[in-house]
Design a protein around this ligand. Structure first.
Ligand SMILES: [Zn+2]
Length: 114
């Protein structure tokens, strides 16, 4: 990580802790060159599912992709299991009520996930 103060790319982590309800890790870093401190956040890369930001802001998502993912998961464990839990397991991802409603509707339409 390049230092925002002097642009050196040599730093050490002086503190790590969970942030944002455990979906991110906040690292306090100290530049080995200028000794300034700054903070970075590490999180799992988003994988194209429905994303609800903490601000409540929603990012575009690919509904077909969600359905495919849920179907694959349902096939794997034999039943729908907990969709939200599964999606959370994929990263910083949550489903909107609408998306869950849509899934439930599709489930009725095409014979279900199992
Ligand atoms: Zn620096």
């Amino acid at each position: 990580m390049r230092c925002p103060f002097c642009s050196a790319d040599d730093d050490r982590v002086v503190d790590s802790r969970l942030a944002e309800d455990g979906v991110a890790i906040r690292r306090r870093r100290e530049c080995s060159n200028c000794n300034q401190r700054y903070t970075t956040f590490e999180r799992i890369e988003e994988i194209g599912l429905y994303v609800i930001k903490r601000s409540g802001e929603r990012e575009p998502f690919d509904r077909a992709k969600i359905l495919a993912g849920v179907r694959a998961a349902a096939k794997k464990d034999g039943r729908g299991a907990c969709l939200v839990a599964h999606l959370r397991g994929c990263g910083d991802v949550a489903m909107s009520t609408d998306a869950i409603m849509a899934l439930t509707r599709d489930r009725r339409d095409d014979g279900g996930f199992g």
